[in-house]
Design a protein around this ligand. Sequence first.
Ligand code: SAM
Length: 396
Amino acid sequence: MQIVEQEIRKPSKVKTWHKKTEHREAQFTFFETLGLPTSRQVSTIRPITILREKKLTQNGRNGLLHIQSRRYLGNKFKLLNFIEEIVKEKCAGYKSFCDIFAGTGVVGNHFNDNSTKIISNEALYSNYVSLYAWLAPGQFDKTKVSEYIHTLNNICLNGNNYASRHFGGAYFTMENAKKIGLIREKIEELDLNPKERAILLTSLLYAIDKVANTCGHYDAFRRILDTTAPIKLLIPDIKQERNWQNEIYCEDANKLIRSIAPDILYVDPPYNSRHYCDSYHLLENIITWKKPKVFGVAKKMLRGDLKSQYCLKTAARAFDDLISNANCKYILVSYNNMAEKGNQRSNARIKDAEIVRILSKKGKTEIFETNFKSFTTGKSRIEEHTERIFFCKTSR
Ligand SMILES: C[S@@+](CC[C@H](N)C(=O)[O-])C[C@H]1O[C@@H](n2cnc3c(N)ncnc32)[C@H](O)[C@@H]1O
């Protein structure tokens, strides 16, 4: 990896982000790489140097649950140092941070402190509930929550229920599926305020993910059901003292953008034609608990109203609309470079040149880059996969 000279403030402490990152000869304009005429808003591709790399671990400590302790396609947990470095270098004095396609919420959570307001938004209700548990303000009774989690873990199994009838022996052992259905039903009956309810549902969601007989999403289950450990709910480790000014939404990003004005807008939309509602239908089904009919081998409910414009041919138009309506100082966009490299469904919906063109209408745009092992289903290994942040300082 090339280390950009002016970034080496303390050479002995410098750590490069990823040792295997391709060596780049020099900075060059992004427009030149695409064979486009150079613009006044010149973009450069810059490998980033991490000066203070924090250790990131996925597993929970002290038997508690942590926000990152779940599997989620495209989650940016491993890229937090990379994102933080750009924010530190480019966005001095920010007071609010909006994670508008929040998914697991790990990015907003990373910037959540007493003096920063986090706006966290997500279209899927199952993710919204979890964001609410981790990041929303509001009181909750810690002892009551812990006692309920203990009670739910020791719930006595009776007959079949919605979850066991549809998902038992496929996504879960029959016993786990029965327990999931029973616990979910019980949460509806308990005397809980919205924060406490979100905490119990989040604890269930993460526990389901741990015992699911899948490779991390619910497009399919594995033929051999070897995930047999009994389901166990853990107590989420919530830093509630940091959440007092946060706002959590379950909205279409393009609608929400019209009513917020954060200092930093972080944009991490789906990249390709794989809809998140297809991959996480089961979690959405259990958390919304409307007990819909399910269809096919993968046992999915109808999801027409959950499809995202960012997974369709309209993606670039949706992105253009989002950015032109953004009222913020800085925009960071995560988008990977799998365009035309993976299989058809993995191909990025928006071309790099389009992203730069759209951002450049708002202000000067730069690109930061690091390499990253992509998720694949095993059929298509993508070499030289890089993650980039398109950064724009808006001239508002
Ligand atoms: C790449 S993932 C975000 C991952 C997230 N940064 C993380 O670290 O977990 C994109 C997310 O956008 C959500 N999404 C898709 N279309 C959306 C829309 N129009 N408005 C809000 N969220 C949307 C998806 O459900 C998905 O969770």
